[in-house]
Design a protein around this ligand. Structure first.
Ligand code: SAH
Length: 219
């Protein structure tokens, strides 16, 4: 008997999750959120066959959907709790947004391309993730009206310490961001204390598209 498309994607998902576990994603809530998020929905038609691979893939506007392992590690690094309000900078396809939304109370997400934002909003609605609030804008500025946040995740590479975003974090908050100007950046975690000071930790090397200032003029 030949297997159905559903069987095939189940097998690929199981393989992906095994890979994430051996790559260091061990938190049950994070693995469950990834398991519940159909990545094929976030990947362009041209790359459907590769939707369940553990690799970053091109999306519209010259951007990329993040590699699942990195999505898992970054989500885990946030120490996310169900009561948290999270700010995400760089909605892109909305894949990382969906994973966050399955764990946190609210996800506020900002994207500088209208096309990407519109498509991501449609996908998140289709998945019934009604706890996502999205906005077109320059995420480098954060989201002042909604600040402060329990957690902040930046999914584009900040050229330097993201000070404006750190200022929008609650006491004892956590911010995770790739920081660096080159093709390879350092994934950093800033853990705040009760007085507003931060301890900075390096979590490893990553490759992200740059965090650009201003909104995109093209669609
Ligand atoms: N988490 C996304 C990753 C998308 S790539 C996913 O898994 O699909 C990073 C995204 O950050 C791109 O969509 C890019 O347009 C966006 N971005 C870059 N600079 C930005 C800025 N200043 N404000 C908002 N979004 C930004």
């Amino acid at each position: 008997m030949s297997d159905t498309p559903q069987d095939r994607s189940d097998t690929r998902l199981a393989k992906l999750v095994l890979g994430l576990r051996s790559g260091g994603v061990t938190e049950a809530a994070v693995l469950a959120a990834i398991e519940q998020t159909p990545r094929d929905l976030f990947v362009p038609n041209l790359f459907q066959e590769r939707a369940w691979e553990d690799s970053a893939l091109p999306i519209a506007c010259g951007q990329t959907i993040s590699q699942p392992l990195i999505v898992g590690l970054m989500t885990q690094a946030l120490h996310l709790k169900p009561r948290h309000r999270v700010l995400e900078i760089g909605t892109g396809s909305g894949y990382q947004t969906a994973v966050l939304a399955r764990i946190a109370r609210y996800v506020y997400t900002v994207e500088r391309y209208r096309t990407l934002l519109g498509e991501a909003e449609a996908r998140l609605k289709h998945l019934g993730l009604l706890n996502v609030i999205s906005r077109f804008g320059d995420g480098g500025e954060g989201w002042r009206e909604q600040a402060p946040f329990d957690r902040i995740l930046v999914t584009a590479a900040a050229p330097e310490e993201p000070r404006k975003l750190l200022a929008q974090l609650k006491p004892n908050g956590v911010l995770v961001a790739p920081v660096g100007r080159g093709p390879v950046q350092t994934l950093l975690r800033y853990v705040g204390d009760a007085k507003g000071a931060f301890v900075k930790e390096e979590l490893g090397e990553v490759r992200f598209v740059p965090l650009l200032s201003g909104v995109a003029r093209e669609l």
